[in-house]
Design a protein around this ligand. Structure first.
Ligand SMILES: O=C(O)[C@@H](CO)OP(=O)(O)O
Length: 332
């Protein structure tokens, strides 16, 4: 296996001013630390010369696309000729919701993004704007759907995300698109309840800080972060994982296997359970896994394995860490 190893993690997951400067100076955006095979390069029609962009890396990554308009017009060709058995998986927790802002337990309550959440979703879109996306999965909740849609407004391919309505024969029939070219410039979006936030039971709508004062920090921490202890009448992470990971394996993995690049826009706990599966975390390790709102995380799927990429390395980048295994729990 011819493999280029990129040792320096800088780039698309750093601050946006950095990204903008970087894009201005170079033809390509890029995604931090990557292991990319030769096949993966050629599958997007990128040459080694095209990919020489930074003193910090040898080559560019093939999941990253050229920003030039000429290259943009070649995108569909490139996609058509894609033969690689590698695919990109982008996971993004929705931007801040109006209830995150108020510090309320949200769970399956369908709350929209706050102003800050909208900005976060747009910033998330900038970070992934050079990664071709073939298919989007979101939860059934509006905050995840808004995040996916807003993120895609920033994408270089300018494809239009279209929600697939599979709830009835009529819904399928009535939402058909009859132009091949228009279809090619669209990205199907599949909304699935299985990717919803874990159901928080009787905590939904309560203030997190007041709940910690009432029941004690430790009890609330147990409800929020233990693996198999559910909040009153709610789902534990284990229960959430049963549906979210099953959905991921049955519906999302086959798409990656077929070479499609997939974005999943979902929630703190549904994504924690999926990451637990992808990174083979133990039920102890997942306790310390925290996800930031609106920070995309990139995985490369190759030969049945998920290779995690994308979180920047270095103390100065703490503000944009997508997630950290070791975090200090804060009762907020
Ligand atoms: O309220 C919720 O639904 C979740 C995510 O915001 O909270 P927690 O941080 O407890 O997982």
């Amino acid at each position: 296996m011819a493999t280029g190893v990129y040792n320096q993690a800088i780039g698309a997951f750093q601050s946006n001013s950095h990204i903008n400067n970087f894009n201005h100076q170079h033809k390509f955006n890029y995604i931090g630390r990557l292991v990319v095979t030769k096949d993966f390069f050629s599958s997007y029609g990128l040459s080694k010369r095209d990919l020489r962009v930074s003193k910090c890396i040898e080559y560019q990554t093939s999941v990253v696309d050229s920003v030039s308009s000429a290259s943009r017009s070649r995108t569909s060709d490139r996609d058509t000729h894609k033969k690689s058995n590698e695919a990109a998986l982008i996971l993004v927790r929705h931007g801040e919701s109006l209830w995150n802002e108020k510090n309320l337990f949200t769970g399956c309550v369908d709350v929209p993004l706050s102003k800050k959440g909208i900005d976060e979703a747009i910033e998330a879109g900038k970070r992934i704007s050079s990664i071709p996306v073939d298919l989007i999965f979101t939860s059934a909740l509006i905050r995840a759907q808004m995040t996916a849609m807003l993120a895609m407004t920033q994408h270089r391919h300018m494809k239009v995300p279209i929600i697939m309505h599979n709830e009835s024969e009529q819904a399928r029939e009535w939402s058909q698109v009859f132009c091949k070219d228009t279809k090619e410039h669209s990205i199907p979006v599949i909304a699935a309840w299985q990717l919803n936030e874990r159901m928080y039971g009787e905590l939904q709508g309560l203030n997190k800080q007041e709940t910690a004062q009432r029941y004690g920090k430790e009890q609330v921490h147990e409800w929020r972060r233990s693996y198999n202890i559910p909040p009153p009448n709610g789902e534990s992470l284990e229960m959430c994982a049963e549906r979210a990971v099953a959905y991921f394996r049955d519906q999302i993995e086959p798409q990656l296997l077929s070479g499609k690049n997939v974005m999943v826009s979902a929630h703190g706990n549904s994504l924690r359970s999926i990451i637990m599966y992808l990174d083979k975390l133990t039920s102890q390790e997942v306790i310390n896994l925290e996800l930031s709102t609106g920070i995309p995380m990139l995985y490369i799927f190759k030969e049945g394995r998920f290779i995690r990429r994308g979180s920047p390395i270095g103390p100065t980048e703490a503000g944009v860490y997508a997630y950290t295994r070791r975090c200090v729990y804060k009762s907020c």
